[in-house]
Each structure stands twice: as structure tokens, then as C-alpha cells.
Design a protein around this ligand. Structure first.
Ligand code: BGP
Length: 484
């Protein structure tokens, strides 16, 4: 539907931005923190900085919160590093690690900023990985439960919004790339066992949050890439649905309905897969009622029919940051992703598609009728300081404006959206592309090769976003094409 007026955002809408511990903190060996698997993973990415310094938020958090406050933030989404809280398997929490997040949370609360905390964002402690073989062994369920219960007890008096596991769907779908997969030969079956164990961890976190945090709310964080059919050929529509099932809906249905959906059960039957679901898992799922969906959405995809005899192809991600390097996956008999000629792309070939944001919010709302918050959305770009000492990022302003406007349109369409926290507050280490791919509203003066002085320089987008959020989504600023 077209509307005559600009959107109105609800009172108490949570306007902020987002980060994750290993991508922003640095200080990897300080105050008792031990290595996490992702520390080792970042060291294997040639040409990119690892996460030992990144934005050095660990030492700059006061300054960073001050900048959030000046911008008028009412929320900040960040994650806790498990290996700061439990650096080893002694079962004794690390008081210095606990203190860091206490200080950060206190600074936020004092500044009127609602903390939104992710419990797990890719950074499994190495000791957990060594002891349990990552997510493969059910022993991790109790270790995770111990960790999340400590977080709820320590911070639950001030943190009311909790997120369980970041992008579990991506960790399974791209398990080889994100380091979750330990054996490529058996991953076809293993991924569903691993996924079930992650689901038990998610469910137990939901149960513990409701038990331990007065007024606490908790939700999952699927990585969401809406998928369009390439054409109106009926088989392309089914291919798009297949892709949506296998990359998103299997997870969102599970979180909302607390059981596996018929599609994935049929897939397991068809492929002789035993995901090793135990009766006690079903008990935990039945008790784990989520309060909202946190959604990460950057882009859309397009799918076409893939015949059973087509050659399987993996995703080839863009590493160079020069357009045209990405190639799409083919899953024979299910779907193939293709280029969408209707949308522009970033330098890393990610589709720029604000309408996908509105589509996703409507889709999730229609299916589940649960409140939603955006916990990631943003533009990765090459950027540096200009001669005038400032950082000009007009593309990011345009990206954010168009995306937020579509969040507003979804609200006008009747969706319940409670917050918007784009990726990212400061520049930080990109999962795929190091420091060279910048997402921040605030520039961090460092590069992949050279840790400069780590100075914080608010970009033009910071000031634009600040005006928008201080007007609760009314002051859109000037736009070249005259729209909005
Ligand atoms: C999401 C992750 C984030 C972040 C983002 C951007 O999937 O939750 O941690 O990295 O993607 O991805 P990238 O950094 O690869 O551009």
C-alpha cells in the first residue's frame, strides 16, 4: 500500500546500533580472557587484521558510550565474550571479565541507553571447543547453561533484553566458512545434529532467562536474507520457497513454534538423516517460549529452479571488495541463487535492497505475530579520513535512510517493530573482510596493516542518524532525489 504520510515510529522505540565482542573489543589476552575459536579463525584470513586490537573498545568503552549518548541513542546491542566470563573449565567465573561488562552496562544505563545483550556471537572459548569438540558434543549444553545463567544473575537486574545465539542459521548453512564444521565429509548429516544441540542451548537460555531475570525478555537472532523467485515461472517460486526453508524458515519456525517443521522432517526422511533429537530436548523446546525476534538483515537474494542433475556449486564470497567477484551457490533439485538485475550492489556484491527490509518484517510478522527488533543492517564500504579531517559517507546515509524508511513503512503496514540497531556503532572487524570493510557510524583510525592512533571520528552518517533519532524518526534530512 502507498501512504500519504511519512511513517510515525512508536514512542520508546529503541534507536541505537550494534556490535559483537570479538569484532570490537580487542584486548584478547587481558584481564584473564582466554582465546576463543574465532581468534584463531581471524588469524587465518590473509591480508586482514586479526581481532587482537580491532576498535579497542575494551579500553575505549567510556568514550564510545559518551558518543552514543551525544547521538541520542536509546539502545545499544553488543555481545558478551564467553571466554572473559569462563576462561577455563574450573567452573569459577572470572571476576575481571564480569567487571568489564558491569562497567559497560552501568555506563549505558547511566546514559539512558537500554542494553540489548547477545549471549553468543561466534566466539566459543577454545577450552570448550577442545573439551567438547565444539557444538558436536552434548557436553556443551551444560557448559553453555552455566555461562548464560551467570550472565543472567550478574547483569539481569539492569539488562532486560537478551539475545540467545547470533545467526544460528548462518552458522549451519555456512558452517565450513564460519568454523562450526569440523569434518566436511560428514557435514551433510552432522549439521543437523549440531543444529539440534544449538537449539537445546537456545531453549535452555530462554528458560533460564525467564527464571532468573525479573521482567526479562529473550529472543533468537536469525540472519535473514529474503528470497525472491527469479521469474514468475512456478518452479522458480518453489525454488525460492526451498531456499527460504533451508536457510531461514527451518529456524524461525522452530523458534516460534518450539518444534521442527514438516519440511525439515521430510528432508531428513528423504536423505536418511538422523538429527539425534532426544526426549529431553523436546521437553526443553516446549518450555522455551520466545518473547520477540531479533533480525539481522542486510540484503536480499533471488532463486531459480535447479534441476536434480545440475552441478552443485558453493557460494564464492567476494574477498577483494571489487564488484563482480561473488558467485552464487547451486543446490541441485532444490534451488540456485542468481543475480537480481533490479537492485544495486555494494563493493562486496551484497544486494542493496531496502524493500527487502519491509518484506522481511511483514513476512515474519504474518507468520509469527511476535514483536521484532532489527539488530543488524548496514553498508560495508571502503572509507578513510578526508583531507578536511572528516569522514564523508553519503552512501551510508542513503542506505540507512532508505532502509529505516522501509522499517517505518512496515510499521504503517501493521507490524510491531520495537527497535532499530544497525551494524555497526564504530568501525570494527568484518567477519569476512577485516578492517577494510567498514560499517561504522564512527570511524576508527586503524587499518588492516597499521594500527594507527585508534581515534574515534564520527562520520557524516553519525550526525545524520543523530538528527533522525532525536526526532524519533521525523527528520530525514535532505535527499538528492527529493523523496521522503
Ligand atoms: C553478520 C554477523 C556480524 C557481521 C555482519 C557483516 O552475519 O552477525 O558479525 O560481521 O554479518 O558481515 P561481514 O562482516 O562479513 O561483512
Amino acid at each position: 500500500m502507498e501512504y500519504k504520510d511519512n511513517p510515525i515510529f512508536p514512542a520508546r522505540f529503541m534507536w541505537g546500533a550494534s556490535s559483537a565482542s570479538w569484532q570490537v573489543e580487542g584486548a584478547v589476552n587481558e584481564d584473564g580472557r582466554t582465546p576463543s575459536v574465532i581468534d584463531l579463525n581471524t588469524k587465518t584470513k590473509e591480508g586482514y587484521a586479526d581481532n587482537s586490537v580491532t576498535a579497542d573498545h575494551y579500553h575505549h568503552y567510556r568514550e564510545d558510550v559518551e558518543l552514543m549518548k551525544k547521538a541520542g541513542f536509546t539502545s545499544y546491542r553488543f555481545s558478551i565474550a564467553w571466554s572473559r566470563i569462563y576462561p577455563d573449565d574450573s567452573g569459577v567465573p572470572n571476576q575481571l571479565g564480569i567487571a568489564f561488562y558491569n562497567n559497560l552496562i552501568n555506563s549505558l544505563v547511566k546514559s539512558g541507553i537500554e542494553p540489548i545483550v547477545t549471549l553468543y556471537h561466534y566466539d566459543m572459548p577454545v577450552w570448550v571447543d577442545e573439551k567438547y569438540g565444539g557444538w558436536y558434543d552434548r557436553g556443551i549444553i551444560d557448559a553453555f547453561d552455566q555461562y548464560v545463567r551467570t550472565c543472567f544473575k550478574e547483569y539481569g537486574d539492569r539488562v532486560k533484553y537478551w539475545l540467545s545465539i547470533n545467526e544460528q542459521n548462518m552458522q549451519i548453512c555456512y558452517g565450513k566458512w564460519l568454523g562450526v564444521c569440523k569434518n566436511e565429509d560428514t557435514w551433510e548429516e552432522d549439521q543437523w545434529k549440531v543444529n539440534n544441540i544449538m537449539n537445546v542451548c537456545h531453549a535452555k537460555a530462554v528458560i533460564a532467562c525467564h527464571e532468573l531475570v525479573p521482567g526479562g525478555q529473550i529472543g533468537p537472532v536469525p540472519g535473514y536474507v529474503p528470497i525472491y523467485p527469479e521469474t514468475c515461472k512456478p518452479a522458480d517460486q518453489i525454488a525460492a520457497q526451498n531456499a527460504e526453508e533451508m536457510t531461514e524458515k527451518v529456524w524461525t519456525d522452530f523458534y516460534a513454534h518450539q518444534e521442527y517443521n514438516g519440511f525439515i522432517k521430510a528432508y531428513w526422511r528423504e536423505h536418511n538423516i538422523n538429527p539425534d533429537i532426544r526426549p529431553e530436548d523436546l521437553d526443553a523446546f516446549a518450555k522455551a517460549k520466545i518473547d520477540f525476534f531479533a533480525l539481522n538483515c542486510y540484503r536480499s537474494n533471488t532463486a531459480r529452479e535447479a534441476k536434480p542433475d545440475e552441478k552443485a556449486e558453493d557460494y564464492l564470497l567476494n574477498k577483494s571488495g571489487k564488484k563482480g567477484e561473488l558467485s552464487f551457490p547451486v543446490v541441485p533439485g532444490m534451488y540456485a541463487l542468481t543475480k537480481n538485475s533490479y537492485v544495486e550492489t555494494t563493493d562486496w556484491d551484497w544486494e542493496i535492497d531496502p524493500i527487502a527490509m519491509r518484506y522481511m518484517l511483514r513476512y515474519v510478522w504474518d507468520h509469527y505475530q511476535l514483536p521484532m527488533m532489527i539488530t543488524e543492517n548496514g553498508l560495508g564500504a571502503h572509507e578513510d579520513v578526508s583531507e578536511d579531517g572528516k569522514v564523508h559517507d553519503p552512501e551510508r546515509i542513503k542506505f540507512l535512510r532508505d532502509q529505516i524508511f522501509q522499517v517505518g513503512r512496515a510499521i504503517q503496514d501493521g507490524c510491531e517493530v520495537i527497535g532499530y540497531n544497525p551494524w555497526s556503532f564504530t568501525d570494527l572487524l568484518s567477519t569476512g573482510n577485516g578492517m577494510s570493510k567498514r560499517y561504522g557510524l564512527v570511524f576508527i583510525n586503524t587499518t588492516d596493516k597499521d594500527v594507527r592512533d585508534l581515534r574515534r571520528i564520527p562520520k557524516d552518517s553519525y550526525y545524520w542518524y543523530s538528527n533522525l533519532i532525536k526526532s524519533n524518526g521525523q527528520d530525514w534530512g535532505v535527499q538528492a532525489d527529493g523523496k521522503i
